[in-house]
Design a protein around this ligand. Structure first.
Ligand SMILES: [Zn+2]
Length: 263
């Protein structure tokens, strides 16, 4: 009696150890579903259906034999979650840099703020499966023509230049997004602009046409985003915070995603 018990335990152990590394067989009990079986074995529902050649989960019946894939392979694939690869490439351009600091007000340099926002945009886009190209990732000077060339390297891309604004009239504040023309440029600019206004709760200065070099020399849809005025003391204090920079990045990404869903 005791020996049979030991054998039973040993057999169970073999099953348990074996189940982790190789596929095992399971007989479906009444009222069980792919979901309940997958959950019990800690495997992916889709993979469970796939290895058993099921297309419709509703066709599962009690008494059927199922191969249970190794939980090891499914859990490791779960850990290394990869987003669906997007076909659109985003060329991100942090305005100014190096000897060109852009607008400078009370120790706040536009070139620094631009880079901080762009890095956050990059991280968010890559997490969503987008390929991202950066015109600069550090405090270096790059000519406008060279920046535009980045946008012309790829077949399916958009170009997004990030800036902060300044005006001699220090009362002026708000966000605006420029594009050079065209239906796609307009849509990209207005998508980003409306997300900026909604998320940052700033004055809406609109999506506007401008003939900036980075916009006119790029062949793909291109926009230049002005996230806020650092010449306005109230807005400058907001722009300096990492919270504002993160929210601006979120808004830019939301605008890009909205554009990507439409074109
Ligand atoms: Zn600028």
């Amino acid at each position: 009696m005791q020996t049979t018990q030991i054998f039973k335990i040993l057999a169970l152990l073999v099953l348990l150890i074996g189940g982790e590394t190789q596929a095992s067989t399971y007989i479906v009990k009444p009222s069980e579903t792919f979901y309940s079986i997958a959950k019990r074995y800690g495997v992916d529902v889709n993979q469970l259906m796939k290895v058993n050649n099921f297309r419709d989960a509703r066709t599962l019946r009690a008494g059927q034999r199922l191969s249970i894939p190794s939980s090891k392979s499914t859990s490791s694939s779960k850990k290394a979650f990869k987003p669906t690869k997007k076909s659109l490439r985003i060329v991100l351009d942090a305005g100014h840099g190096g000897k060109d600091k852009g607008a400078c007000w009370h120790g706040v340099r536009e070139s620094d703020l631009n880079l901080r926002v762009v890095s956050r945009v990059q991280a968010r886009l890559e997490a969503r499966g987008y390929d991202v190209t950066m015109t600069r990732t550090s405090d270096v000077f790059i000519s406008l023509a060279k920046r535009a060339k980045f946008g012309n390297r790829y077949r399916n891309s958009i170009f997004v230049s990030v800036h902060f604004n300044a005006s001699s009239d220090t009362r002026v504040h708000g966000a605006e997004t420029f594009y050079a023309g065209g239906k796609e440029g307009y849509y990209l600019a207005s998508s980003i602009q409306s997300e900026l206004v909604k998320k940052l709760k700033v004055v809406n200065r609109g999506a506007r046409i401008a003939k900036f070099t980075v916009l006119t020399a790029t062949r793909c849809p291109a926009v230049l985003v002005e996230c806020g005025f650092i010449s306005n003391s109230w807005e400058r204090e907001r722009c300096k915070t990492s919270n504002y920079q993160s929210t601006a990045a979120q808004a830019i990404v939301a605008g890009i995603e909205r554009y990507d869903r439409s074109f």
